[in-house]
Every structure is written in structure tokens, then in C-alpha cells.
Design a protein around this ligand. Structure first.
Ligand SMILES: Cc1cc2nc3c(=O)[nH]c(=O)nc-3n(C[C@H](O)[C@H](O)[C@H](O)COP(=O)(O)OP(=O)(O)OC[C@H]3O[C@@H](n4cnc5c(N)ncnc54)[C@H](O)[C@@H]3O)c2cc1C
Length: 409
């Protein structure tokens, strides 16, 4: 007989776990099953490129809830199982070699898998991506013996991995295809600052640089070849070039989407009774002014709450202010809002002091902030961004005036 649950959640990451937690916290007493490909109980992914890689945090310290929580809350965990198809008419999900599972509501929270380079040699031993605990474990085991690593990708994950490697004493060549670091997520001032910081720690930063192939010796990575012909010798490669959203079963079942699965403000897909949350959910975001997927814990958590409330019949819509963070060396970068499309950036404080903020304006309105070791600005300025206030740029630059005072500007 086919097992059936009132809510089936596919994916035991942040968004899946938070959906189950929010359902129970909101008083949902129906049956819940979570199906996850990884063999682990839900854990936090951010430490994988930070404390876990440096060995200062363990899996136990990364679990989203203690192991007994899930059984205490009558949440059935089906781990190490991949959902490969969906029948939206029968309301079944299917796993290879196992019985179908029926659902009342389906919540798709399958995140994404790490994008690979797709060049010759990108699967050679010693070439790593960093998405799961399994990835981080394999990588961590090799770091003590690595003398020189090539990190491909100058986004958050590439830069955090670079910092962790340097802290372990490994030489790093950082290769970024764009003409600046963090180009997708931050303004030029922040890019220049992080480039200087990494260089000051001995990182060999290469911009406008593309890897064309990866070479091996005795079955293990030995070098990368760059467009232009340069050969960089190395014994470890980390590829941090984004993710591919895991939505194929949904799209094959007829859901609208492409680079993710399209959802409305309640995180409902175009399939009845099917929701999607987290990294894979393509949604209209007011702060981005576009249909986007947002890869952050904030987005996963807030969308999960919206789905839980919607399932319980409340009228809610996802409209949360995006925020992100990144830890590298002794630097904490906190970002609020989405800066793409800004037409003016105001620097507040001095990058030389290693504590400063960049406020991004569009048509005079504050749309985002990057705060480096400047938590006071981050806390004080969040509301300014949330409300889209038009502050006086001259006042913004004056660090003696707290950002919360800009609300009346
Ligand atoms: C190394 C790293 C560092 C990060 N640092 C930060 C940070 O500092 N701040 C921040 O805000 N965000 C950070 N993020 C991003 C954040 O972790 C993600 O946005 C968040 O995990 C998204 O949650 P999710 O549930 O959508 O996806 P995930 O957490 O990826 O969970 C999806 C789960 O679904 C499983 N799955 C996929 N397909 C199937 C299937 N067909 N059947 C069953 N299971 C399936 C996957 O194996 C996975 O376990 C980081 C991510 C990584 C990888």
C-alpha cells in the first residue's frame, strides 16, 4: 500500500526543515514526511565554507535541531532517498526502487547542486565543489596535505574557502572570470577592498581569468590551464561558480519554470497543491525588481514560514527584505537589500580602517547596504533600506550620524 502524508517535503536542507518546523510551530497536527537525498539530519550549510572547513565547528554544532526533535514532533525523516518523479494528478512522488509516497500538499525544497566547470579534467581527484557536508568532508581531509590550491570563482563561497585555506597555511591562486571579485552581489568599492585583503594575506588573485582545462598526474590534479595558455601548478582545486537548481522532476510534471521553478507570492507553483521554497524557488522579488532565485538562509526561512501559514489557511505573501552575510578572516560582511541597478554608492567610513559601509542608492532611494565590520550600521540602516528612504547623501557619509536617524530624512 502507498504511504500517504498530509504534507510531503522534498529536501531536508534549510527550507525543508524550516517548513516542517514552522508547520508544527503554527499548530499543524497533520502528518509530515521529509524526503532527503543526503544521509544527514537537516544541518546549516553556511559553516561548510567557514568554521567547518577550518575544523572549528562539528556536525553536531551545525544541526538545525537536535536529533530527537524530529521524532518528538512526529516528523517522519526519509533520508538518503532521492525523489525522481512527481505525479501531480495522483499526488504521488516517486523514488527509484521504492514505493511511491502520496501527498496532500507537496513542498519542493530541493535547493541546487554545485555547478561544475564542464571542462576537460573537472572530475579528476582533487577537484572539489562545496555544497554538501559530504563535499566539505572530502575537501577538509585533503587540506592538510595541500600545498597550493586553485580556487575558481570569486563569489562568497570561493572567497570564504580561500580564507579558510589561507588560515590552514595553504597557498591559494584565486581565479575569477569577471574583472572584479563579488561582482554579482556587491559594488566596486567592496570588490576592491576584498581584493586588497586577500592579496595582503598572500593570495594570488587573478581577475579576467578563465580556466580552460584541468590536468592530472597519476590520477590526481596537477595543474590548471588558463585561457591564454598559462599553466598553474596545484594539488587541489575548489570550484565555486554557483548552483544548478534541482527542479527537473517538477518541470517534467508540468510546472512552469526554467532556472528554478516559478512560484507566486504564496510560494505556490503552477501545479495545484505543490509549493516550492528556498534556493530553487523563482519568485517575483520587490527588492530585486525582477523574478529571481535568492540563495540565502533568510530566503529559505521566510519562504518556509509563508508556505506553512498558507497550508494552515492564513492569508500571507512573501515580501521579506533580503539579507546575507559572509565571514572571511576577521571580516564580517553583512548585506541588506539587493544592490543591482544602483546608480550611486555612498561610502561611509574608511576601508583602510577595515570597518565601513557602502550605501547603494537608486533614484535617491536607499536600496541596499554592504557593511564590513560595521554591525551598528547594519542594524541601524536596515529599516532605511526596508522603507526605501531617500536620505541626504552628505549626511549618509557622516559616520557620527547614526543611520537610524536617516529614517526621518
Ligand atoms: C558552502 C555554503 C556556504 C553558504 N553560506 C551562506 C551564508 O553565509 N549566508 C547565507 O545566507 N547563505 C549561505 N549559503 C546558502 C544557504 O545555505 C542556502 O541558501 C540554503 O541552504 C538554501 O536552502 P534550501 O533548503 O533551499 O537548499 P539546501 O539547503 O541545499 O537543501 C536542499 C536539499 O535537498 C536535497 N535534494 C535535492 N534534490 C533532491 C531530490 N530530488 N530528492 C530528495 N532530496 C533532494 C539536497 O540533497 C539538499 O540536502 C551557503 C551555502 C553553501 C553551500
Amino acid at each position: 500500500m502507498t504511504a500517504r502524508y498530509d504534507v510531503v517535503i522534498v529536501g531536508c536542507g534549510h527550507a525543508g526543515a524550516q517548513t516542517a518546523i514552522a508547520l508544527r510551530q503554527s499548530g499543524f497536527d497533520g502528518s509530515i514526511a521529509m524526503i532527503g537525498e543526503e544521509p544527514h539530519l537537516p544541518y546549516e550549510r553556511p559553516p561548510l565554507s567557514k568554521e567547518y572547513l577550518c575544523g572549528t565547528r562539528t556536525l553536531d554544532q551545525m544541526l538545525i535541531r537536535p536529533p530527537q526533535f524530529w521524532s518528538e514532533q512526529s516528523i517522519v525523516m526519509l533520508l538518503g532517498q532521492r525523489v525522481s518523479w512527481i505525479d501531480p494528478v495522483l499526488r504521488h512522488v516517486g523514488r527509484p526502487g521504492a514505493q511511491d509516497i502520496g501527498y496532500g500538499k507537496l513542498v519542493w525544497a530541493a535547493g541546487g547542486s554545485a555547478r561544475r566547470l564542464g571542462c576537460a579534467g573537472d572530475e579528476v581527484s582533487g577537484v572539489h565543489t562545496l555544497r554538501s557536508l559530504g563535499d566539505a568532508r572530502k575537501l577538509r581531509a585533503e587540506i592538510p596535505n595541500a600545498r597550493r590550491a586553485v580556487v575558481v570563482g570569486g563569489g562568497y563561497i570561493g572567497l570564504e574557502a580561500t580564507a579558510a585555506l589561507r588560515e590552514c597555511g595553504t597557498d591559494v591562486v584565486l581565479v575569477e572570470a569577471s574583472n572584479r571579485l563579488l561582482a554579482r552581489v556587491a559594488g566596486a568599492e567592496i570588490s576592491r577592498f576584498y581584493e586588497r585583503e586577500h592579496k595582503s594575506r598572500g593570495v594570488d588573485v587573478r581577475l579576467d581569468a578563465c580556466v580552460t582545462s584541468i590536468g592530472e598526474r597519476d590520477g590526481r590534479v596537477s595543474h590548471v590551464l588558463m585561457a591564454g595558455g598559462e599553466r598553474i601548478d596545484c594539488d587541489l582545486v575548489i570550484v565555486g561558480i554557483g548552483i544548478v537548481p534541482q527542479v527537473a522532476p517538477l518541470l517534467e510534471a508540468g510546472a512552469v519554470g526554467g532556472n528554478g521553478v516559478a512560484v507566486d507570492a504564496q510560494c505556490q507553483t503552477s501545479l495545484t497543491h505543490v509549493f516550492a521554497v528556498g534556493d530553487c524557488a523563482l519568485h517575483e522579488n520587490r527588492y530585486a525588481g525582477a523574478q529571481v532565485r535568492i540563495e540565502s538562509v533568510q530566503n529559505a526561512t521566510d519562504q518556509a514560514t509563508v508556505v506553512a501559514k498558507t497550508i494552515l489557511g492564513h492569508e500571507v505573501a512573501y515580501d521579506a527584505l533580503p539579507w546575507f552575510w559572509s565571514n572571511q578572516y576577521d571580516l564580517v560582511l553583512q548585506t541588506v537589500g539587493i544592490s543591482s541597478g544602483y546608480d550611486r554608492a555612498i561610502l561611509r567610513g574608511s576601508p583602510a580602517s577595515r570597518s565601513f559601509t557602502v550605501v547603494y542608492l537608486k533614484d535617491g532611494r536607499a536600496i541596499a547596504m554592504d557593511c564590513v565590520n560595521a554591525t551598528k550600521d547594519y542594524v541601524g540602516g536596515r529599516l532605511m533600506v526596508a522603507k526605501g528612504v531617500s536620505p541626504d547623501p552628505a549626511m549618509l557619509a557622516r559616520t557620527e550620524i547614526p543611520l537610524r536617524e536617516m529614517l526621518v530624512a
